[in-house]
Design a protein around this ligand. Structure first.
Ligand SMILES: [Zn+2]
Length: 268
């Protein structure tokens, strides 16, 4: 699933389209529209002023009260094609035709993602937790959202209302880097462990962005190319393989309905 580093990688590449105008938007499947607060036609002829990310959402701002928002769900892709190239893949649900000879393609085989046509962006994101790479995400904030919680620390990291953008891959990697078992109750972490986890979260997310994301199964960047962080994963997807730190076999449990990977020797 595309997480913060993957969506950030896509958004950064898409910046070249700032200032371009939307000629037409072709929404091929109506059920991919999760919320529609204005008519699609309102976007036609509008200039894209800004392209940004919030959590795992990709946001286009063709007007102050016209936000075009995408979520890639489990398997979604968002990439650019020159207008002359006809997209040949299956499961293409939206094509945004721009006036700079570029088409933006939204494709999703499993359709857990979606498209939102939203007037008030602040309101739409009002329940989202802080951005883990922002200055507002401090160790004290992390401590606040973990304290007195009985839920496993991994579940809390995945909770988009508490922190936005972290998913299964980067949660497992951050907990490994911090030496903390994913099933520890959030409230059981010491001050020192919270500081370490705070540093580790930011570190793995930054590395993920630097390496242009993780392609485990489906993820492709805005050029429809694979990421690079999958070659540096220490625990995620490495069940029964040796821990890169101590050689013990990586274990796998289920938490929050998700496969969770850890080293019982390095994480306490
Ligand atoms: Zn280990």
């Amino acid at each position: 699933m595309p997480e913060l580093p993957e969506v950030e990688t896509i958004v950064r590449a898409l910046q070249v389209n700032r200032g371009a105008s939307i000629k037409n938007i072709d929404i091929r499947r109506k059920d991919i529209l999760r919320l529609q607060e204005y008519e699609v036609e309102e976007l036609h002829g509008r200039t894209i002023k800004n392209i940004c990310r919030r959590g795992k959402f990709l946001v286009f701002e063709p007007g102050r009260d016209l936000n075009l928002i995408f979520h890639l769900g489990m398997s979604g892709r968002f990439y650019m094609l020159t207008a002359a190239r006809e997209p040949v893949e299956k499961h293409i649900h939206v094509i945004v035709h721009l006036d700079n000879d570029t088409n933006l393609i939204y494709q999703d085989t499993r359709r857990f993602g979606g498209v939102w046509l939203v007037r008030d962006r602040e309101h739409f994101f009002r329940h989202m937790g802080r951005e883990p790479l922002s200055t507002s995400f401090t160790a004290a904030y992390l401590g606040d959202i973990l304290k007195q919680r009985k839920a496993p620390v991994k579940n809390l990291l995945l909770n988009q209302h508490l922190i936005s953008g972290i998913g299964n891959i980067y949660a497992d990697e951050a907990l490994f880097a911090a030496g903390i078992r994913p099933n520890r109750p959030g409230g059981s972490l010491s001050q020192q462990e919270i500081k370490k986890l705070h540093r580790s979260i930011r570190k793995v997310l930054r590395q993920g962005i630097e390496l242009r994301g993780t392609t485990f199964r489906d993820y492709r960047d805005a050029f429809n190319e694979s990421g690079g962080f999958q070659n540096y994963l220490k625990v995620y997807g490495r069940y029964n393989q040796p821990c890169p730190q101590c050689g013990n076999l990586i274990q796998r449990i289920r938490l929050a309905g998700r496969s969770t990977h850890f080293c019982a020797n390095c994480q306490h």
